[in-house]
Design a protein around this ligand. Structure first.
Ligand SMILES: [Zn+2]
Ligand SMILES: [Zn+2]
Length: 134
């Protein structure tokens, strides 16, 4: 996984647009940066955990065999339904925005684009952990 060094240096803390609390940023992921165009990023719908799936992941390829941004809604559901729940009990979703840990409002507006992703809390990597149900 490639980190966007510039953003990382600029943004150590972000301010929630809704409650104005300061949130310490763990990192920013740019899956398309430097040819790293092979990563799916999903946020938990209950906590600040972020799931990162490498597309060379075996199970991912069995399920969809497609690059993440080419997935249709049905294929996204298929992936989501095969993922283990987050340790908090929540679920990882493709269309879930990054949420403020204090007020739970979306902080998507801070990202300005759909290329970058915030890492606000735990980072779960598919190549380091078993993320699938079976
Ligand atoms: Zn907030
Ligand atoms: Zn969670």
């Amino acid at each position: 996984m490639e980190w966007c060094a510039v953003w990382r240096a600029l943004l150590k803390n972000i301010t929630c647009p809704s409650c104005k609390k300061t949130i310490e940023l763990q990192g920013i992921v740019n899956p398309i940066h430097a040819g790293f165009n092979n990563t799916a990023v999903l946020y938990c719908d209950k906590c600040t955990s972020t799931l990162i799936i490498q597309v060379y992941d075996k199970k991912y390829n069995i399920l969809v065999n497609k690059l993440p941004w080419l997935l249709d809604q049905k294929e996204k559901f298929l992936i989501e339904n095969n993922l283990k729940p987050c340790s908090c009990g929540g679920s990882y979703k493709f269309d879930e925005p990054p949420r403020c840990p204090y007020c739970r409002n979306s902080m998507q507006s801070l990202l300005q684009d759909k290329i970058h992703y915030f890492i606000l809390g735990n980072r779960i990597d598919s190549d380091k952990m078993d993320i699938w149900k079976t």
